[in-house]
Ligand binder design. Sequence first.
Ligand SMILES: C[S@@+](CC[C@H](N)C(=O)[O-])C[C@H]1O[C@@H](n2cnc3c(N)ncnc32)[C@H](O)[C@@H]1O
Length: 316
Amino acid sequence: MSTPAHVPVLLDRVVALVAPALVRPGSVLIDATLGLGGHSEAILARCPEAHVVGVDRDPHALELAGRRLAPFAERITLVHAVYDEIPRVLADLGIDAVDGVLFDLGVSSMQLDVRERGFAYAEDAPLDMRMDDSRGPTAADVLNTYDAAELARILREYGEERFARQLARAIVRRRDSRPFDRSADLVELLREVIPAPARRTGGHPAKRTFQALRIEVNDELGVLSRAVPAALDSVGVGGRVAVMSYHSLEDRLVKRAFAARTRNRVPEDLPVVPAGLGPEFAPLTRGAEKASPEEISENPRAASVRLRAVVREEAA
Ligand SMILES: C[S@@+](CC[C@H](N)C(=O)[O-])C[C@H]1O[C@@H](n2cnc3c(N)ncnc32)[C@H](O)[C@@H]1O
């Protein structure tokens, strides 16, 4: 039996949101964050006409998902890519428009479980945090090379850390004598710098810093801000885009990207909306949907999820 951490978040709701777009033979869903393939597996099982293009920047995830989805091998295409590369991926596959795109943002339970990848702050591990561990700078590289102003900005903007400036200065001081290598070194420094009263109230002192480093190492917000509009562009009429976010920075970005395309494209004072200028997309969720208390009690990862989805309207 799988552990609760491996249960896909909002599984039934997500399938219900995308399935109506996947009834036509040959319909295509892009799973932009394939992970362990849990959402894709359910979609392939419940939508027998659907083909899934499964994208992940983590080669290990693709390998594991490939094994899990072997029973559906004829209806899946696995692609190693960052999700802002989806337009190129579709062009390479000769696909003009797709019927659905699903994003389940963040790290997978597999990435959190493999200690050496350095995503979990509770255990001492190398400061890595790359979702694609075959390329790019690590969290240690960020800590050892960025100047204090850049570090402070990252900690403040991506970690919403109140002590960003003090932490950045302490990081720069400390690395001069001993470069950062392991997460325990960083956790120790955070304990020293963050005052005790703030440590008692703000959750684990490393939570915000680790979130900030992970976002920076993987350029998560930059990639997402390009990928959501591109996903909207890639779906045809009736096509659906669903995004599950896990922190407010991601959710805000998704909310704005959806809002820009669910508005009328005419000046507000015009009494009628001319043909063809109505909204391109209609919302399928009212605001952001959350998981039920029952799901959260079984799957703690569901506690922070915010799900938004839209459908492309008929051209008026
Ligand atoms: C939360 S998991 C997805 C879990 C999946 N829905 C399931 O049911 O197993 C997120 C996955 O997205 C991948 N990922 C995160 N950001 C990505 C990006 N920018 N491009 C491609 N894959 C990304 C991660 O490597 C991870 O495997």
